[in-house]
Write a protein that binds this ligand. Structure first.
Ligand code: TRP
Length: 373
């Protein structure tokens, strides 16, 4: 274990200490009282119950407003830099649950501009990726009448006036302090945070009344939203409330699934045999030999297979506990666990891939101003 880790919107490395990160960012833990409160609106999602969505900003205030019949708008997004993997899907699945429970409208921002600025990609590349990623988003079944997809380079006419207002309130020294920009950073990157802030204020701007916003997403995005929240009062916009999750782990045992390690990453378009192969090579908490493992047991805490079950593929706590117990007792071996997980993932992907095909017919009807990809 290394003590050093780094979490920024563009880079996540090391073993993440999520408690420490929460302290550094100044976000608030989701305590039992808040969990119980969430439980009043619908059956608590496993990602909340298990502390995967673990931290927030002003969620109570948002719920107070909701209780007074004030609807909020959900907002999350994706930087289209490559194919969608399970780690991207995790917060979207959670957003879908929030939409179902609270029956609210949703904005999904695709920051093709961001990925053009920060990566070695053309605008053509990022737009194509945005389309591919949007199919995965739509496939999750968001309410078609209440959900709109924003593509930055396409919907810039709506976003730009808001981004400008935000930009006027953020100095270069703030941007440097928050994001670590240097003199060599391109000026598009410095401006970008204003584009990510804009959708949070878009409903308020368009409808001319204060509309609260809830943004469930990875905690790595907090720097953007700290800036967003700081400028909100001065622009007479409501401060968005935040609900933050941990990063979805990689199959290699790392804390974040990342496309930089393709073999430890499961894409939504992977075929069953590819999934089997990737899962079979996963990092586990097993021992070097079968004999040793039967005798001493394994360690689910560090096991990528167990983490996958915990994060996404086993919603029943009882079954999860049983899995951990059997592992510790040496009653099940890594090979069995791998096969079982690969099967679960393939069942999920088979269904998802079918819906992803159907999404091709739907996606155009869900774009913000009805643009064509
Ligand atoms: N910057 C995010 C990324 O790189 C994409 C994004 C845009 C986003 N708006 C958002 C993520 C709102 C979470 C919430 O993936």
């Amino acid at each position: 274990m290394t003590a050093e880790f780094k979490v920024t919107p563009w880079e996540v490395t090391g073993d993440i200490d999520y408690e420490l990160l929460q302290q550094k960012f100044g976000t608030t833990p989701i305590d039992d009282a808040l969990l119980a409160r969430m439980g009043k609106y619908g059956e608590i999602h496993p990602m909340l119950r298990r502390g995967i969505f673990y931290s927030h900003r002003d969620l109570n205030i948002l719920l107070d407003e909701y209780d007074k019949k004030r609807e909020f708008v959900l907002y999350t997004g994706r930087g289209p830099s490559g194919n969608t993997h399970l780690g991207h899907m995790m917060p979207w699945i959670f957003n879908k649950w929030i939409q179902d429970v609270f029956k609210v409208r949703m904005l999904f921002q695709m920051t093709d501009d961001e990925k053009f600025l920060f990566k070695d990609l053309t605008l053509h590349d990022t737009r194509n990726m945005a389309y591919e990623n949007a199919l995965d988003f739509v496939a999750l079944g968001f309410d078609r009448d209440r959900t709109k997809i924003i593509l930055d380079t396409e919907n810039v006419n709506k976003l730009y006036p808001i981004a400008l207002k935000v930009a006027k309130k953020v100095t270069f020294s703030t941007a440097k302090a928050v994001f670590g920009f240097e003199n060599s950073t391109n000026i598009g990157s410095i401006f970008f945070t204003t584009m990510q802030a804009a959708p949070a204020f878009l409903p308020t701007e368009v409808e001319g009344r204060q509309i609260p916003c809830l943004i469930p997403c990875g905690i790595d995005q907090d720097p953007h939203f700290r800036v967003t929240r700081d400028v909100a009062p001065g622009l007479n916009y409501p401060k968005p409330s935040m609900l933050y999750c941990k990063m979805f782990p990689g199959l290699g045992g790392g804390d974040k699934m990342s496309s930089s390690d393709e073999n430890a990453t499961i894409y939504t378009t992977d075929l069953p045999k590819v999934v089997k192969k990737k899962v079979s090579k996963a990092f586990t908490g097993g021992c070097v030999s079968i004999e040793e493992q039967k005798k001493n047991g394994g360690n689910p805490e560090v096991c990528a297979i167990f983490k996958y079950n915990y994060y996404m593929f086993e919603s029943e706590d009882r079954k999860l506990d049983e899995m951990a117990q059997k592992c510790r007792n040496g009653e099940i071996l890594c090979g069995e666990c791998k096969v079982a997980l690969a099967n679960k993932i393939n069942v999920f992907l088979e269904d998802h891939q079918a819906k992803r095909e159907e999404a091709k017919e739907i996606v155009d009807t869900m774009t913000y101003d009805g643009f064509k990809w």
